[in-house]
Write a protein that binds this ligand. Structure first.
Ligand SMILES: Cc1cc2nc3c(=O)[nH]c(=O)nc-3n(C[C@H](O)[C@H](O)[C@H](O)COP(=O)(O)O)c2cc1C
Length: 342
């Protein structure tokens, strides 16, 4: 492998290690404690008939859940993708892989992402690339290759300005990207979804992205994994460390970011993520107008503890969601949307 590839792979493994071992959770609340579902003391529902299924991009899911984009690009992260995809398959929920950049600049790594499709032949799977790569010569061809690599149903383009600003090796040329996103969204045969990585997407940018042809927005707001904290643990230079520390809580809390995109047209896929703790946060997200709810670090920690622990974590989230639906008298997700206390 050449130097650049080794560096990207090593950085990804280091990010993963830090996310598993260090305290990288933002102290800022997501805001979901201030969001309330209507309480229906006598729900007049049979709990067992509650249906949490949904259809996204033509695929039916058993619950509106997404295993957010995280890994791939090294032997170790291949195992995580395998495990996460098995769970996506078992529970019939959606999954994203981590940034595929490394597999597009080096030949031997496609399988570390493609394993997700092998393990989850029918699941709703999302490819992933960073927006900064669009200014590094990654055009339509590379986006298509990323999608083809796992026969993806769509692709996340992650917008990670803070992370790139903090990394000494970051790509900080973010000029002209909206135009590039527009060209790709118009030409790719699958939906393109914009996501943040834990700082939230502001309503004005969300609207510009939708006008540019984006099919969905994943707010990935503040309240969960802080990439400034992750980068802080990587830096040895005191100036860089202090810079990261300053920005640990930067961005828009998840519930507020989600609120900011609820006015977008119904056809735009809206994803709530960033610090979601449980199925009650999922229920609140759906009631606010989200179509899907994503979990990242919580599930990679569960996966790290073994397949059983991952299954337990997802079963619990699904059960918590159903209990929320029961207690607010919602037998399906459409009814849950009417159960927000305003
Ligand atoms: C170990 C790890 C690796 C990640 N890698 C990526 C990535 O490659 N691409 C991406 O779009 N987001 C990546 N993320 C960000 C997540 O998709 C998510 O937006 C963020 O962690 C907030 O969710 P959380 O609070 O549930 O962790 C990663 C997150 C973790 C924990």
């Amino acid at each position: 492998m050449d130097d650049q590839v080794t560096r990207i792979s090593a950085r990804k493994d280091e990010h993963l290690r830090i996310c598993l071992e260090e305290e990288v959770q933002s102290d800022v609340p997501t805001g979901f404690d201030e969001v309330h579902l209507q309480v229906l003391t006598l729900p007049e529902l049979d709990f067992d008939s509650i249906d949490s299924s949904t259809v996204v991009f033509g695929k039916k899911l058993d619950a509106p859940l997404l295993i957010s984009s995280m890994t791939g690009g090294s032997g170790k992260t291949r195992q995580f993708n395998q495990q996460l995809a098995r769970a996506a398959n078992e529970f019939n929920i959606a999954m994203g892989v981590g940034s595929q950049r490394v597999a597009l600049v080096h030949d031997g790594l496609e399988d570390t992402f493609a394993i997700a499709r092998k393990e989850a032949p029918n699941a709703l799977l999302f490819a992933n690339l960073g927006v900064a790569q669009l200014n590094e010569g990654f055009g339509l061809d590379k986006c298509k290759r990323a999608v083809d690599m796992l026969e993806a149903d769509g692709i996340f383009i992650h917008l990670n300005a803070l992370q790139e600003a903090l990394q000494p090796e970051g790509n900080r040329n973010f000029s002209g990207l909206l135009n590039q996103i527009e060209n790709i969204a118009k030409a790719l045969p699958v939906p393109v979804i914009a996501k943040e990585v834990g700082c939230g997407i502001d309503p004005q940018t969300a609207k510009l992205l939708v006008d540019a042809g984006i099919s969905g927005i994943d707010v990935a707001g503040v309240g969960g994994t802080s990439w400034a904290a992750v980068e802080m643990y990587r830096q040895t230079d005191p100036v860089r460390k202090a810079l990261c520390q300053t920005y640990i809580d930067w961005g828009i809390p998840t519930a507020q970011a989600l609120q900011g995109i609820t006015d977008l047209p119904a056809g735009v896929l809206k994803i709530s993520s960033g610090g979601l703790r449980n199925g009650l946060d999922v229920a609140k997200s759906i009631a606010m107008g989200a179509d899907l709810a994503g979990f990242a670090r919580k599930l990679i920690i569960a996966a790290h503890n073994g397949a059983e622990s991952l299954s337990e974590a997802i079963s619990l989230i699904m059960l918590e969601l159903k209990v929320a639906m029961f207690l607010s008298g919602a037998n399906d997700l459409i009814t849950l949307r009417t159960r927000l206390v305003k």
